[in-house]
Design a protein around this ligand. Structure first.
Ligand SMILES: Cc1ncc(C[n+]2csc(CCOP(=O)(O)OP(=O)(O)O)c2C)c(N)n1
Ligand SMILES: [Mg+2]
Length: 354
């Protein structure tokens, strides 16, 4: 079986284990904030679980599952102000939900419908990026631009362990550091890039060590612990906002779901390790923490889950009731003057689909 990191115990954590390891707390978070963070986690979890079902039912296309990574996403968004920007990869496709994007819009993206694209500046969430790491330089450029314009907004970009091997990651990290762009580079180290394990991805002991070479600080946290992610991103954001430049944050998790609905991880992943990692599921960890604090009980948990489920039921209905896209759209917007072979293709489309 391929080598990945052994489960680590030395990562920065806030949430205890309800036993020998005591709970910590994050300064400045009110009880209301803590419960709102839980609602975000559950909304993301529900979006993800329903999407896997909708895929099996043939209602959305191939889908990149993010089970277990909700803590990284929610922790990051809650550490931002509304004016700050988010640059997601396909693994964070639903992160815009936490900025008020409708679930129907994101479902339409996975259904390949043009209404699945939104205008980034309405929610300060860039388009979902599928090419690995190409959004890192985009985020660095936008962050630098914000600074040049005198804004105090920052940007955060989320990407995987595999992305750190891409040229675009290097270019983005380097230019961000050189320009002191207000950027947080948030790496979801889930230890797999499809079937490539971390040990075949890099010879570095820790991905966070890469930051040194760019001249930027780094933090390394337990990605199962939403509060540890929140705290690290909040500190990085504060530094960026104050003109201190970018920070690399490595959130260590483990990909316990398949890469995507088209993947069969049974061919390469260790089932025992998956089971062990699921014991520390980010939503369950946080739910238990809030119960220990007396901020959640069964009734509240059920109410939050039901609300998220209702959101998803309404969203898939809205998405499916939308009129199919105009096929000719495929030919629009790319060229002011379409080349002749494209014009021939369009003629053929019109002949075939009268
Ligand atoms: C430039 C580019 N090369 C290859 C691919 C194919 N591909 C899709 S996902 C993936 C693995 C990425 O792994 P990682 O960065 O760790 O992100 P994760 O999927 O684990 O979130 C690859 C190689 C791609 N989408 N873009
Ligand atoms: Mg990965």
């Amino acid at each position: 079986m391929a080598q990945v990191l052994p489960a680590e115990r030395d990562l920065r954590r806030v949430i205890g284990d309800g036993d020998a390891v005591p709970d910590g707390e994050v300064e400045g978070l009110t009880d209301h904030d803590l419960v709102e963070l839980y609602r975000s986690l559950v909304l993301l979890r529900t979006y993800d679980e329903r999407s896997v079902v909708y895929h099996r039912q043939g209602r959305i296309g191939t889908y990149a599952i993010f089970r277990g990574h909700e803590g990284i996403q929610a922790g990051a968004v809650h550490a931002l102000e509304r004016r700050d920007w988010i640059f997601p990869s396909y693994r964070e496709s639903a992160i815009g939900l936490l900025r008020g994007l409708s679930a129907a819009t994101i479902l339409q993206w996975w259904r390949g419908h043009p209404s699945g694209w939104w205008s980034p500046d309405e929610v300060n969430v860039a388009s979902i990026c599928v090419p690995i790491a190409t959004h890192v330089p985009h985020a660095a450029g936008l962050a630098w631009g914000l600074r040049l314009k005198g804004s105090d907004a920052v940007a955060v970009t989320l990407f995987g362990d595999g992305a750190t091997s891409e040229g675009a990651f290097h270019e983005g990290a380097n230019i961000a550091a050189v320009t002191k762009a207000p950027l947080v580079l948030l790496c979801n180290n889930n230890q797999w890039a499809i079937s490539t394990p971390l040990s075949e991805q890099t010879a570095a002991a820790r991905l966070a060590d890469k930051a040194l070479g760019y001249g930027m600080p780094a933090a390394r946290v337990d990605g199962h612990d939403v509060l540890a992610v929140y705290e690290a991103v909040r500190a990085a954001v504060a530094q960026a906002r104050a003109g201190g430049g970018p920070t690399f944050v490595e959130a260590v998790t483990y990909r316990s779901a398949p890469h995507a609905t088209a993947d069969d991880p049974g061919l390469y992943i260790d089932a025992d390790r998956v089971a062990a990692e699921e014991e520390r599921d980010c939503v369950v960890l946080y739910e238990d923490y809030l119960r220990r604090l007396g901020l959640l009980d069964d009734a509240a948990v059920e109410a939050v889950r039901n609300e998220a489920l209702a959101t998803m039921r309404a969203a898939i209905e809205t998405a499916e009731n939308e009129a199919p896209a105009d096929r000719e759209l495929v030919f629009s917007h790319a060229y002011a003057e379409p080349p002749p072979d494209l014009a021939r293709d369009l003629d053929e489309l019109r002949r075939v689909h009268v």
